[in-house]
Each structure stands twice: as structure tokens, then as C-alpha cells.
Design a protein around this ligand. Structure first.
Ligand SMILES: Cc1cc2nc3c(=O)[nH]c(=O)nc-3n(C[C@H](O)[C@H](O)[C@H](O)COP(=O)(O)OP(=O)(O)OC[C@H]3O[C@@H](n4cnc5c(N)ncnc54)[C@H](O)[C@@H]3O)c2cc1C
Length: 234
């Protein structure tokens, strides 16, 4: 079902009107676009975003939507370093009122509300979790335990103030980590506490996501309980 919905959604291209961008950290920016009344998404989904104001190779890239529909904006958050690609240069040129195109939303990177969940974000992989946690924390009713392990070797944690506020929710715990050793230790603790009942969501650069998924499987976490959002291009 999800596959068919994604298949249909990917053909739905819409123009998004750029509102503003802001710096989230030394090399990360959030770009905000107007959300039309007919657009919605499930927290954790992504869109295919296209540059339209100039011609270039690879004018379309996937980005997680880091906002929730109730914020009434479509936000994407991305790293732009000292040597940006043509795509990222074009993003920095956006002025209010200019357009990008978006196909989607697509993807099934969602929380399972019936299970304790471990969310593992590596660096820029925090983007889908911002919307997942914001939406979940705002919901009513009891939650199964949710723990976010946010790994960034440079300790440049995106959305930190918001995450600290979200962590006051009695069922949501947030841990900021800067080493893989600490990440593995925290993973081990969660596995020991929740045994086979836990669900695992991992997002970030592809190599990191694959490595964490392999670690989980080496600890007897079944493949079906691991969801991956692997960002290629990092
Ligand atoms: C499901 C999914 C969700 C994703 N969500 C996000 C997200 O939320 N945020 C996010 O940031 N990314 C996300 N990505 C990854 C994203 O689509 C891009 O691949 C990523 O941002 C890298 O884009 P880029 O244009 O910098 O990379 P590339 O074009 O692959 O370039 C990689 C690097 O090469 C160098 N380079 C490339 N071209 C030039 C040039 N002309 N001059 C100088 N240097 C150059 C730059 O250093 C650049 O950073 C996601 C991917 C997937 C699959």
C-alpha cells in the first residue's frame, strides 16, 4: 500500500514558494517554503526537491521534511560547507518569492507507536527526527518510551533548544553523543532493557547508517525491526 501511495505521490510535482533561510549551525541551513493548503506529509517523510531558477546537472535531490504540517511551512535542513555543490550554491541564491519544485512526499520512515523506539541520528540525519519528535511530543495519549541518540563528532547539534524542550516529555529521552563507542554503549543498554520489543530508526550518512544497522543486527536485533533513512551524497 505504502509503495503504491509513494509511486503516485512521486508524480505529484508542485511549486513551493521560498520564504527565507536561516543558519542552524556553522554549516547547516534551514530553507523554509510556503505550505499550500493541499500539501501534507507524515513526520519522517521526504520530498524530491528541484532547482528551477537555473539549469544544471542533477537539479533534483531528496531531502527529509524537517517541519511538521502544523507549522504551516515546508522546511528542509541541509549542510552547506566551504565547497558547495552547484545544487547547494543555487539554494543559497534563493530570494523570497522564488520557487523550488517538490515531488512527494514519500517514504515510510515512521515511528511505531506500539513499541519502545530507539531513534539514532548521525549528524545531518537529525532532520527526519525533528519532525517525528515534534509531532509525537505534541500528540495526546500515553506513549511507549522513545529514546533519541544524537551522534555528532563535532558536537554541533541541530535543533538543540527544541530537542531539550521535547526531552521534558515524560516518555521521551534525548542523549547527545560525540563518539561511536558511547553510541554503541547506549544502544546496548536500550537492547538490554527492551529485548525483542524495541524498534530502531537510523538516519544519517549512508555509510554510518549501514554500520549502525550492522551493529544492531550483530546484537540480534532482527532486520524487520530496523528502519533506515540513508542519506547518500555524504
Ligand atoms: C531519503 C533521503 C533523505 C535525505 N535528507 C537529507 C536532509 O534532510 N538533509 C541533507 O542535507 N541531505 C539529505 N539527503 C542527502 C541529499 O539528497 C544530498 O545528497 C546531500 O545533501 C548532498 O548534496 P550535495 O549537493 O552537497 O552533494 P553532492 O553534489 O553529492 O556533492 C558532495 C560534495 O562534493 C563537493 N562538490 C560537489 N560539487 C561541487 C562543485 N561543483 N564545486 C565544489 N565542490 C563540489 C562538495 O563538497 C559537496 O558537499 C537525503 C538523502 C536521502 C536519500
Amino acid at each position: 500500500m505504502g509503495f503504491i501511495k509513494d509511486f503516485l505521490s512521486i508524480f505529484q510535482k508542485r511549486e513551493l514558494i521560498f520564504i527565507e533561510s536561516r543558519k542552524e549551525s556553522e554549516d547547516a541551513y534551514t530553507f523554509s517554503f510556503e505550505k499550500g493548503p493541499d500539501l501534507s506529509w507524515k513526520a519522517g517523510q521526504y520530498g524530491l526537491f528541484s532547482i528551477t531558477h537555473k539549469t544544471m546537472k542533477n537539479a533534483t535531490k531528496p531531502f527529509s521534511i524537517s517541519s511538521v504540517p502544523s507549522e504551516n511551512v515546508v522546511n528542509i535542513t541541509t549542510r552547506i560547507g566551504d565547497n558547495p555543490s552547484e545544487f547547494k550554491k543555487a539554494m543559497l541564491e534563493l530570494k523570497p518569492g522564488m520557487h523550488m519544485k517538490m515531488s512527494g512526499p514519500v517514504g515510510s520512515f515512521h515511528l511505531d507507536p506500539e513499541s519502545p523506539s530507539l531513534l539514532i541520528a548521525a549528524g545531518i540525519g537529525m532532520t527526519p527526527f525533528r519532525s517525528i519528535l515534534k509531532q509525537t511530543a505534541a500528540g495526546k495519549g500515553e506513549l511507549k518510551p522513545i529514546q533519541l541518540l544524537y551522534l555528532d563528532s563535532k558536537k554541533s547539534y541541530l535543533f538543540k533548544d527544541e530537542l531539550d524542550a521535547i526531552a521534558s516529555h515524560p516518555s521521551i529521552q534525548v542523549s547527545y553523543l560525540d563518539s561511536r563507542t558511547d553510541l554503541d554503549l547506549e544502544i546496548d543498554k536500550f537492547i538490554a532493557q527492551h529485548k525483542g520489543r524495541g524498534k530502531y530508526l537510523v538516519a544519517g550518512p549512508k555509510s554510518m547508517v549501514e554500520s549502525v544497522a550492522a551493529y544492531l543486527q550483530s546484537k540480534d536485533v532482527s532486520k524487520q525491526n530496523i528502519k533506515k533513512d540513508a542519506f547518500f551524497g555524504y
